[in-house]
Design a protein around this ligand. Structure first.
Ligand SMILES: [Zn+2]
Length: 131
């Protein structure tokens, strides 16, 4: 029985983000990393979020753990700039929806990613996205 991936790629979890979250494989692109980090949030996998966050900008693991978990409702990738296999950096605009205390809220972000030694990493937010 295959379960659809929480990142809403349309693929099954086993064929999408699971290999990344189990460190069996590494995302090839900034978008794949972005999706796997969203999936990690839906599963409160703070260790994965920490490991895929650039060491110059990441919070501590205990502070991530204490940030609590919202109920994540969906991810929509709006645009990608570079971030492909062979690139060293890229930007992604996305909207992530979640439910917090019965209220539905959205995070709109334009994020910066870098690829170091074959590992894509989240750096920080460049600002709210344009949509
Ligand atoms: Zn996925």
């Amino acid at each position: 029985m295959s379960q659809l991936c929480p990142c809403q790629s349309g693929a099954s979890f086993a064929d999408c983000c699971e290999p990344f979250l189990t460190y069996t494989n590494k995302p090839d692109t900034a978008e794949a990393l972005m999706r796997s980090r969203y999936t990690a949030y839906t599963r409160a996998d703070w260790k994965y979020i920490f490991k895929t966050w650039h060491k110059t900008t990441r919070p501590t693991l205990p502070s991530l753990r204490s940030s609590g978990s919202a109920e994540w409702l969906g991810l929509k990738i709006i645009s990608c700039n570079e971030g492909m296999l062979g690139d060293t950096q890229g930007q992604i605009e996305f909207i992530a929806s979640y439910k917090n205390d019965q209220e539905i809220a959205q995070i709109k972000e334009h994020s910066q990613f870098v690829c170091e030694k074959g590992q894509w990493l989240y750096v920080d937010a460049l600002g709210a996205c344009m949509e």
